[in-house]
Design a protein around this ligand. Sequence first.
Ligand code: GDP
Length: 449
Amino acid sequence: AMFDSLSKRLDGIFNNLGGQGKLTEEDVNTALREVRLALIEADVNLKVARQFVDRVKEKAIGSDVMGSLTPAQQVLSIVQEELIEVLGGTGENNRLDLGGSPPNIIMLVGLQGSGKTTSAAKLANYLRKQGQRPLLVAADMYRPAAVNQIKSLGKQLNIPVYSEPMGADPVDICVNALDYAREQAISVMILDTAGRLNIDERMMNEVTNIRARLKPREVLLVADAMTGQEAVRVADDFNKAVSLTGMVLTKMDGDARGGAALSIRSVTGVPVKFMGMGEKTDALEPFYPDRLASRILGLGDVLSLIERAQESIDQEEALKAQAKLQQGKFDLEDFLNAMHQLKRMGPLRQVMEMMPGFNKIAQMPEMEEALEGDHLKYIEAMILSMTKEERRNPDIIDGSRRKRISRGSGTTVQELNQLLEQFKEMRTMIRQMSSGKGPWAQMARQYGG
Ligand code: GDP
């Protein structure tokens, strides 16, 4: 995933630093030199990487890190602060501004292939979940397939799309769409404007004309994070030509090194407001610098995890499970249910990476298989091959039953043993949590669970 290699590098640097106890200024300087190299290797803009390290150094000196009892911790927390800063800080201007009188207009601009049309649909979907009444406007007359693409996305999401026949003038389309939006009590309009393969004058003129006529509340550049520093250059050019209010960084689910996300704000001054996390229409998330910084440093992202759980988990099921958990009861059927719920939260890897400390585990080769293969299908087959009694109390499953169950489910005894082991561990953990004792209970308290 994105930031993987940067995370690994930073982790190595800080482990090294932490293992040394008392630190000299030279230790810190060496570590920071490595941080700078790690950033550059992650394709971060050179100047941004240098400034980053300079600021960390300045703060470290100012706060007398070397005199503190936990110098490595102090350096880590300064790096965390600076990471948040470089990703965009925590200010209000990171959020979408829909404070105008409706319909608020969001104009999307960007190069072809950046994910502009997909992002328009994702954004409409996201805003509807926030209680808005969105309208998609097909104003990309340059790429012939774009109009059909947005129409079919609109249909799929049941979100209205305003379009006109091919050849219509994009400014007219937007003006007419605004009339339509007023008639239909639309609260937010999303304009999908023309993209080009490269920046050219015609495109910039078109974008400038639409901006001047429609006066959109937001002008968001959609940029492909996989293109690294190229995305930064594109953002800079667009911003100079049409003055952006924000950005959507797409393909953040890919394994780009992360240089675009880490440089674009510092270089252009334009905040990233959303990130695309996949091809599906629900794969769009607000861009939170603080949460990303914790993910990069392997500290997890509990807030996003909780939000995602709230969105995707069946409340009734969750309450039932909670009641059982509190009684310290938890059987294989509950386990299967929990796995299903977890699956609904999105790709397991993405979910795992949000858990504190799990970043590294999710990257281990043996997890690869468990997270991406047909693992869940096999678990389900094994559990369904058991009797009801066995599901309630797996301890009664003896050797001959183990053979039968694994044969019946097309798995091996070894795999079944693994599942039962895993289940036992989870049960122990849950008993501890419900009794309020042990390390897991501590963790649950810490995160407000
Ligand atoms: P446009 O030319 O800018 O309108 O680009 P499209 O919206 O047609 O997207 C180009 C390709 O990128 C499509 O295959 C999309 O499915 C894909 N895409 C868009 N956003 C994302 C994203 O966040 N993650 C991934 N993995 N793919 C994306």
